[in-house]
Design a binder for this molecule. Structure first.
Ligand SMILES: Cc1ncc(COP(=O)(O)O)c(C=O)c1O
Length: 438
């Protein structure tokens, strides 16, 4: 079958299988633009509506169950109803109360755990990774007295800090003119040269140690060290965005790579399943936020220290995602990705990523994962039709992944379930051998 006929047939089956989701989508459009309040979750012809989650599984409105491989874009590490999170949630509600409008012991306790775990001198909490990056950048600007920020094409640092490949810059990027976007992710020499050309003008270089939303493209050690060094030499702060990657190694991916960022931003799973973000780093840099100092920067946020997230995030990081669990979990995921890479060898499907975060790419020439060093390596090669076909058919097989091809594993996922996905991928590749094989 040719790709467009296969895709059309899959889309028709999707519509027939999901009448309630369709109906719910239409109802939602009456109060939400496009029936949506998170752009990423929109899919055509309509998005599925999820009714409930249990462990690493989801059930939709038409009663299909899925293995959840989306893992709430990495925030859902602990699954949908972990017993410790349940217990902490209830005991916090019963014994502490929701938001207290004052400082609490718990916020200092969680701050101390975050500092110890991610090697920070000081940290501040926010309600999202986007906010964490916005405040880190404001801090860097204050500390250096400069305003420009270097970022890399393919980088995603939040809803209003998105730097995909399309030019011009995203319409909703804040302070658009202050960002200098380099298209040389993973090109150590070029990145260094270009950063140094901006010596004395930049407040920060903001980078992910693996571009997550950009397609799970890991940075090399050489590149990250070159960027760190060049940022310092240029008089700028080196800010590592670990909103996604802090779960990839016990003390974060940057620490694993031997980096010493001036500032680090975090979020996602560190809220224990609730909205969260944090930014921290060097004591002298973070001192720009010390309210005892006249003229310091304000960083207020009604929910920054709300009881539930302070208790849940703390309990989950301390007692569930221990350094040992982080190592074992990511090693298990690495083996799984290798199995998938093996199954997909010689086809148009490629798996990139590191540990428990993975990107799926459908390209005309079936590029090797090792050759995907930046988003520009994927440009002009991508096969959106094959990606969509895969997505529709994986739903039928019972797997919930993002349409763009992002996977974030949940801790409770079993080896048998992971193997089941490998088999489903193999079936897909066999079924569509004529389209998928190189
Ligand atoms: C690297 C990175 N930074 C920042 C963010 C923004 O986090 P949030 O969605 O919590 O605002 C994300 C979210 O996907 C991210 O992947």
């Amino acid at each position: 079958m040719d790709p467009s006929a296969a895709l059309l047939a899959a889309q028709e089956r999707f519509t027939t299988r999901n009448p309630r989701s369709k109906e719910q989508h239409l109802a939602a459009t009456k109060s939400l633009p496009g029936g949506n309040t998170r752009t990423l979750l929109h899919t055509s012809p309509f998005p599925l509506t999820i009714a409930s989650g249990d462990g690493a599984h989801l059930t939709d409105l038409d009663n299909h169950t899925y293995l959840d491989l989306t893992g709430e874009l990495s925030a859902g590490l602990y699954g949908h109803n972990h017993p410790l999170i349940r217990q902490t949630l209830l005991s916090t509600f019963d014994n502490v109360g929701l938001t207290l409008g004052g400082n609490t012991i718990q916020e200092a306790k969680y701050a101390s755990l975050l500092c110890e775990r991610f090697k920070l001198d000081r940290v501040r909490m926010t309600n999202s990774g986007t906010e964490a990056n916005l405040h880190a950048l404001a801090g860097a600007r204050r500390f250096t007295g400069k305003k420009f920020v270097v970022v890399f094409e393919g980088g995603y640092h939040g809803a209003v800090l998105s730097f995909p490949t399309q030019r011009p810059k995203q319409p909703n990027t804040v302070d658009k003119e202050d960002f200098v976007v380099f298209n040389n992710y993973n090109n150590a020499k070029e990145a260094k040269r270009q950063i140094l050309q901006l010596k004395g003008q930049i407040a920060a270089v903001l980078v992910e140690a693996m571009q997550g939303a950009g397609g799970c493209i890991p940075a090399t050690r050489e590149f990250l060290h070159a960027v760190q060094e060049a940022a310092r030499e240029a008089g700028a702060l080196f800010i590592l965005d670990e909103v996604m990657t802090s779960r990839l190694a016990p003390h974060g991916l940057g620490h694993e790579m031997g980096l010493k960022p001036d500032m680090l931003t975090m979020g996602k799973y560190l809220g224990g399943g609730l909205a969260f973000g944090a930014f921290g780093g060097r004591e002298d840099v973070m001192a720009v936020y010390d309210p005892r100092v006249e003229g310091s920067l304000a960083h207020s946020g009604t929910f920054n220290n709300n009881s539930l997230v302070m208790h849940l995030g703390y309990a989950a990081l301390k007692d569930i995602f221990t350094p040992k669990v982080s190592v074992e979990f990511n090693a298990r995921a690495d083996l799984w990705r290798e199995r998938l890479q093996h199954v997909a060898k010689g086809t148009r499907l490629t798996f990139t990523g590191r540990g428990s975060l993975m990107g799926l790419h459908f390209t005309e020439d079936g590029i090797n994962a090792a050759d995907v060093l930046s988003v520009t390596d994927l440009q002009g090669r991508q096969r959106a039709d094959l990606r969509d076909l895969f997505w529709f058919e994986m739903l039928e097989e019972g797997y919930w992944i993002t349409r763009r091809g992002f996977v974030a594993l949940i801790l409770q996922t079993t080896d048998e379930e992971l193997e089941g996905f490998v088999d489903a991928v193999k079936r897909f590749l066999d079924r569509h051998e004529g389209i998928m094989k190189m």
